[in-house]
Write a protein that binds this ligand. Structure first.
Ligand code: GRF
Length: 244
């Protein structure tokens, strides 16, 4: 029998993708086991779904952290291993045209939040981290502490568009407003850019002339629930092959 991989999950909202992964694990459709579900948002439905499935949950309240950082950030608030120059040189999330002050604030606040995530996550024996509707970008500070083996990606994300088209936070909205007749979703690994990492799998659907944005989102989600477990299984298969 194939060895099960240990998967951590991060969410921000309703968690229907999380539910699809929970169901796929429970019915042994995939060789995976969910260790935890973390959220940047307290009180979301996805946390309830995880608790119902007896999965450990936690919250790192990004909004609260950002609000308190707006009052000022002291060096003592930053993680002890935070290296601004290194992160500035690696990050591809924010254009160079953004003001340096804003960029530095962004990277510092995210590193403070990401350190809190890492303090919890790194206590688990995790093979793969899955972003199942986690609506925060991850900076090189976090990524480098999960992807510790050179060239090995361990963070997987689902994006609501056929990348490389329509990166960003509103993939279905952007697809619909552009007037596309085909929409889709993409599962990819996380790298230092926004929605730029290597693609693991994609699924497409047709957009009819009278479809509304809501129709597009519904069609897309159905595809996401199929695609995400399949891509996690691809990862599990590759791990099992390596350990043979
Ligand atoms: C999905 O459409 C996903 O692609 C996007 O956020 C949505 C999350 O939905 N990143 P859910 O929380 O899994 O229901």
């Amino acid at each position: 029998m194939a060895k099960k991989i240990n998967v951590g999950t991060l969410i921000s909202g309703g968690g229907t993708n999380l539910q699809a992964i929970i169901d796929a694990c429970k019915s042994n459709l995939i060789d995976a086991n969910i260790l935890f579900t973390g959220s940047d948002n307290p009180g979301v439905k996805g946390l309830e779904r995880a608790q119902k499935a007896d999965i450990d949950t936690f919250v790192v309240d990004y909004a609260g952290i950002i609000t308190s950082c707006k009052k000022g950030i002291n060096d003592a608030d930053l993680p002890s291993d935070f290296n601004l120059e290194e992160i500035l040189s690696k990050q591809k999330l924010v254009e160079n045209s953004a003001s340096k002050e804003q960029l530095v604030f962004f990277l510092k606040t995210r590193a403070i939040a990401e350190r809190k995530l890492l303090d919890i996550i790194l206590a688990y024996d995790m093979d793969l981290l899955v972003l199942a509707g986690f609506m925060r970008v991850l900076t090189p500070y976090f990524i480098d502490r999960i992807n510790t083996e050179p060239g090995i990606y361990k963070i997987m994300n689902i994006h609501p568009a056929l990348l490389p088209s329509f990166p960003g936070t509103d993939g279905y909205g952007d697809t619909f407003r552009y007037g596309c007749k085909i929409g889709g979703c993409t599962v990819h690994y996380i790298d230092y850019g926004e929605d730029t990492g290597p693609i693991i799998g994609q699924k497409a659907f047709e957009i009819e002339d009278n479809d509304t944005l809501e129709d597009v989102k519904k069609k897309g989600l159905v595809k996401e629930w199929e695609l995400f477990p399949q891509c996690i299984q691809k990862f599990a298969d590759s791990q099992n092959k390596q350990s043979r």
